[in-house]
Design a protein around this ligand. Structure first.
Ligand SMILES: Cc1cc2nc3c(=O)[nH]c(=O)nc-3n(C[C@H](O)[C@H](O)[C@H](O)COP(=O)(O)O)c2cc1C
Length: 189
């Protein structure tokens, strides 16, 4: 089951924007992060949830999508995420958030996949502009954004070829292909 969920949990960047995600659903996902491991159990991560179209539009302005798809500026209106989770590090609790952040994002995204939703990790965030737009206090370091919605695209996994190219690509049917390195290339001992 975990393998199925991990396979289903692809990075989606085009969504049925008209399908709402309710605040309760976002809270259920944050509860999965809350229950996940945290270094020295400090639990320094805090979250801003958005499923309001106006707030979503503000957040969207400060994100960059799919760097390898150079001709694609990101999802067009109508195919944008229905919700966002902004992950913050509370600097009054800790100065270091790295592994907690990865665990929390994966818990949230696996939970979303289980609910039939999909999402995308977004690290390319204009953090200072987002801080200003949402008036996020300086106490909170902006770490990451998760975009969520009902996926409107097909994503398939490939095996990295002999040329070693790991760049994802989109074919003429709009199918998104993601090369993964084979097991025998990543287990080195
Ligand atoms: C830490 C992290 C940051 C990422 N940042 C971005 C981003 O800023 N924009 C984007 O479109 N995708 C982003 N992604 C998604 C990756 O491009 C994606 O995970 C990768 O292409 C593999 O595809 P998969 O998630 O379907 O396996 C990020 C993923 C991770 C784990």
């Amino acid at each position: 089951m975990i393998r199925d969920l991990i396979l289903k949990n692809r990075s989606y960047r085009r969504f049925y924007q008209e399908v709402d995600i309710k605040p309760e659903t976002l809270k259920e996902l944050i509860d999965l992060a809350r229950l996940s491991p945290s270094a020295t159990n400090k639990q320094p991560l805090k979250y801003i949830l958005s499923c309001d179209p106006q707030e979503n539009a503000l957040i969207f302005l400060h994100l960059a999508w799919a760097g390898y798809l150079e001709d694609w500026p990101g999802p067009e209106e109508g195919e944008r995420p229905s919700a966002y989770i902004i992950i913050l590090g509370d600097t009054e609790i800790s100065q270091s958030f790295s592994i907690d952040l990865g665990i929390a994002t994966q818990s949230i995204l696996l939970g979303a996949a289980e609910k039939g939703l999909g999402g995308c990790n977004i690290a390319s965030v204009n953090k200072e502009a987002l801080r200003k737009a949402l008036e996020i206090p300086n106490r909170y370091e902006i770490l990451h954004v998760i975009a969520l919605g009902k996926p409107k695209e097909t994503v398939v996994i490939e095996t990295v070829g002999a040329d070693g190219d790991i760049k994802y690509w989109r074919d003429s049917q709009g199918i998104h292909h993601v090369p993964k390195r084979p097991l025998d290339k990543i287990i080195i001992g």
